[in-house]
Design a protein around this ligand. Structure first.
Ligand code: CUA
Length: 351
């Protein structure tokens, strides 16, 4: 890995967060050193100055000093607040993905990272992204806890079974950067890594078009929804509609049986597929069977992507949007469906 940073201990700064994280980190080191040195010096100084000259001497009584106590309360208060604020601001930025980010799905599995682009390309232990573009990763795992970590971007996030976690970044320089699993996940944890390739937009477009794209997540989800899993028989609308209406549902507030309201986000959609009886939409019967154990994490991602695509205007690109070149940007997809006729089921292609 290239290491051109001025302290060889640190990886390169290759994302928009990197300098902020480093600045806060150096500030912490500075504060630690600035306190440690005078404290150690004082220990030596006092131990010599006040060393016992006679046994059982009675020390002088000390009376309080308002000035001293105020100073040593206010200075540490200011220091700890700057640390708190610095940390909170960086944390808030890192864990609030922007709406206009390009979305990529990541599934962790002992011991590999499976990546799927919105345009259908898949990779294992590699992640190709364009430089200068906001990238949002929607992540989950098929088995145990993992943690997706890119030191050069100064960002990482746990990948948790049974739910989605998110991470976003904007790479600032083209290059090849290490990618790690940062959570001990079993025997080959240390080998669960790979590379992030940051490319100029033009090179990235070339890379995309040079890779067999297979079905996009939206297409794969549509296929599952309409054919393989038969969701459409209850959810497709019309006279036979027995399940909740899914068009336009994404990111809206949904009223549940029992009066509770939830936001129909990725997590809600996912939960409704796996535990349909737990959050039933008001006006419907709890008749949907569970799909737990019948769909893989990647199929779930696809289903969620498809349902999102039924809500144009929400973050996901609309299904059936016209596309010129295969896979040019995050906003085009689908419609290439017919070109990729003999498609394999999303679930099995990476096993
Ligand atoms: Cu996956 Cu450690």
């Amino acid at each position: 890995m290239q290491n051109t940073s001025w302290i060889p201990l640190f990886p390169e700064q290759a994302s928009t967060f990197a300098w902020q994280v480093d600045a806060l980190y150096f500030y912490l080191i500075f504060v630690s050193v600035a306190f440690s040195i005078p404290i150690i010096a004082a220990i030596f100084f006092f131990s010599m100055k006040y060393r016992a000259k006679e046994k059982y001497a009675t020390p002088d009584e000390i009376h309080g000093s308002m000035v001293l106590e105020t100073v040593w309360s206010i200075i540490p208060f200011v220091i700890s607040m700057t640390i708190f604020l610095g940390g909170a601001i960086i944390y808030f930025q890192q864990y609030t993905p922007p709406d206009d980010a390009m979305e990529i799905y990541v599934v962790g599995k002992q011991w590999m990272w499976k990546v799927q682009h919105e345009t259908g390309q898949r990779e294992i232990n590699e992640l190709h992204v364009p430089v200068g573009r906001k990238i949002k990763l929607t992540m989950t795992t098929e088995d145990v806890l993992h943690d997706f970590s890119i030191p050069a971007f100064r960002t990482k996030a746990d990948v948790v079974p049974g739910r989605y976690t998110y991470m976003w970044f904007e790479a600032t320089k083209p290059g090849k950067y290490h990618l790690y699993c940062a959570e001990y996940c079993g025997l080959n944890h240390s080998g669960m890594g790979g590379w992030v390739y940051v490319m100029e937009q033009r090179d990235f477009d070339n890379w995309l078009s040079g890779n067999v794209s297979g079905q996009t997540p939206v297409e794969a989800g549509k296929d599952l929804f309409q054919n393989k899993l038969g969701c459409a028989s209850c959810h497709a609308g019309g006279a036979g509609q027995r399940g909740a209406k899914l068009e336009g549902i994404f990111n809206t507030d949904v009223k549940l049986v029992g009066g509770q309201t939830v936001k129909a986000d990725d997590q809600y959609l996912r939960n409704s597929i796996l535990n349909p009886a737990s959050q039933v939409v008001e006006g419907y019967q709890p008749i949907m069977p569970t799909f737990k154990g019948q769909v893989t994490e990647e199929q779930l991602n696809s289903l969620v992507a498809y349902i999102k695509s039924l809500s144009p205007g929400a973050a996901a690109p609309a299904a059936g949007a016209p596309t010129t070149a295969p896979a040019m940007s995050a906003n085009t997809n689908s419609a290439a469906a017919n070109k990729t006729a003999p498609t394999k089921p999303a679930a099995n292609s990476n096993k």
